[in-house]
Design a protein around this ligand. Structure first.
Ligand code: ACM
Length: 521
């Protein structure tokens, strides 16, 4: 039996424990609720609470000495779960579910006699505390129903951070009461570029002519974000909103043209690539950003905030009179210095509110503000560079974790580039072990959505490669998940959960061909 990610230690006792149609449970809180929900839905099992552990079929207890997210799952005459904290209890439940037939992940019906657990003692704890997945819901809007399903798939793999890329040139998905046009105007574009982005020199930045004429958009409501947060908390997952600034802001500029340093953005961008229409450099735009961040902090209580910082061209800052005046007043003569000024104000604002602040690795170029967590995407070497500079680091290197690149399978769908094979994803762990590795919090996979228009397509690109990322972040090793064969039984779980995972094998000739192109996100 394959448990994904692989537990740290596992002793088999021999024999089985059959769960009855009514399970007596002691403690467990949300973790017990998640177990009850799966077994009720798939096999009609009922759970009842009991007041003392000795009467329980499944009992939960906390022992903080085990450490964060750690758990011991002891299956013998009954099931005893001891965990370092409530998250650890949740992970114990996910392991327990994997010891049952794959159908527990589906809607059933199952034969209750199949609810047999192997008698076993598992002791387990994660290698890294940040095990994430990023969904880009800006380039193509993904409905909340799918995001909620994605949380379940994350939990199955013990992934504990959902990073939502909520804003970009092509769409704004975050409700902001102080600036309602961000979603009303910035949430909708008149069409989308069909096919691939033309090369940069043919790339008309204002791109009105080339789109398909089909309006695309959407945004989340405050109530939907509340539902998301409640479900994520129940599953032990932190949701991190990203508001990308000061570049990648064309949708916001379309909504409020005074935010920009040009006079001709009338709708969110319809093509891809890096827009030169960035925020004007001024106190007024900084105030806009801090207001948006304050509202995001209210909507995502306790969450770290991601403030973007990637791919911000400085051309407009060097020509726009107000931006130039700002640069003169702060003594900045280059775009890098100007961005460093902006990042300092923004990151400090989030830190002053007592939250973790995260930015893409471009902020290192101008000297990242102290206390900023760096998310490395460009070159894996920046992981050790950022750690050596005293920053905490999250590894998101494009080379291993940009799952919007195709998988090297024959007839693969249109994608931004590739191939990024399972075998290559399976090498992520090699770039995490760096000097000062205690500052490497972990890593995450990225699903940029220029070419991902639907939930089914998102699943196709995310799985099973996302499971390989999860495996490495939990256990530090690929554990055989660098080939489809290595997944064995686990693939049946993905099928039972109705996940449209990529079933084909790579075409080895194409997987050795093709340059990797990580740009234009
Ligand atoms: C990125 O891919 N621009 C973070």
């Amino acid at each position: 039996m394959t448990v994904v990610p692989t537990p740290r230690s596992w002793q088999r006792r021999g024999g089985d424990l059959l769960l009855g149609p009514v399970v007596a449970v002691f403690g467990g809180g949300d973790a017990a609720g998640v177990l009850a929900e799966h077994l009720r839905r798939s096999a009609g099992v009922r759970f009842r609470d009991v007041a003392v552990p000795s009467e329980a079929d499944v009992s939960f207890a906390i022992d903080e000495t085990l450490g964060a997210e750690a758990y011991r799952l002891d299956i013998d005459e009954r099931v005893n779960i001891v965990s370092g904290d409530s998250r650890g209890a949740g992970w114990a439940v996910q392991t327990l579910l994997q010891l049952l037939p794959p159908e527990v992940y589906g809607p059933g019906p199952m034969e209750p006699a199949h609810l047999r657990l192997p008698r076993t003692m598992i002791e387990d704890a994660p290698r890294y505390s940040w095990r994430g997945s990023m969904l880009d819901v800006a380039r193509h809007f993904l409905p909340m129903e799918y995001v909620l399903k994605h949380l379940d798939t994350m939990a199955m793999h013990k992934l504990n951070v959902l990073h939502l890329h909520l804003t970009d040139d092509q769409g704004w998905r975050l409700p902001v009461a102080s600036f309602p046009l961000l979603t009303e105007v910035g949430g909708w574009r008149p069409g989308t570029l069909p096919g691939h982005q033309p090369p940069p020199d043919e790339n008309d930045c204002d791109d009105v002519a080339h789109h398909d004429g089909r309006p695309h958009g959407g945004s989340y409501t405050v109530a939907e974000i509340g539902t998301l947060m409640a479900k994520a908390t129940r599953l032990g997952i932190t949701v991190v909103p990203e508001i990308d600034m000061p570049g990648h802001m064309e949708a916001a500029i379309a909504a409020y043209p005074w935010l920009g340093a040009c006079d001709h953005v009338s709708h969110p961008r319809t093509c891809w690539g890096v827009s030169e229409h960035v925020l004007q450099l001024s106190r007024r735009t900084v105030d806009f950003c801090t207001t948006v961040l304050d509202e995001a902090m209210d909507l995502f209580p306790g969450s770290p905030l991601h403030v973007g910082g990637d791919e911000c061209p400085d051309r407009e800052w060097l020509t726009d009179p107000i931006s130039r005046a700002t640069m003169a007043s702060i003594g900045a003569t280059t775009g890098k210095a100007a961005q460093a000024w902006f990042e300092n104000l923004i990151c400090q604002h989030v830190l002053d509110a007592g939250r973790r602040v995260i930015a893409w690795d471009e902020v290192l170029d101008g000297g990242a503000p102290e206390g900023t967590t760096i998310m490395v995407w460009r070159e894996a070497q920046a992981i050790s560079r950022a750690a050596a500079m005293g920053h905490e680091v999250i590894a998101a290197p494009a080379e291993f974790t940009y799952l919007d690149h195709h998988q090297g399978t024959p007839g693969h769908p249109l994608s931004i580039g590739g191939p990024l094979t399972l075998q290559k994803v399976g090498q992520l762990h090699t770039v995490l072990d760096v000097p000062a590795s205690s500052r490497v919090l972990g890593g995450q996979f990225q699903l940029w959505s220029e070419y991902i228009r639907t939930p089914a397509r998102a699943e196709y690109f995310a799985w099973p490669r996302g499971a390989s990322v999860a495996q490495q972040l939990w256990s530090g090793t690929p554990g055989g998940l660098d080939s489809l064969e290595g997944f064995g039984h686990h693939l049946r779980r993905l099928t039972a959960a109705d996940i449209n995972w990529c079933r084909s094998h790579p075409d080895t000739t194409s997987s050795t061909r093709g340059a990797f192109d990580a740009h234009n996100h």
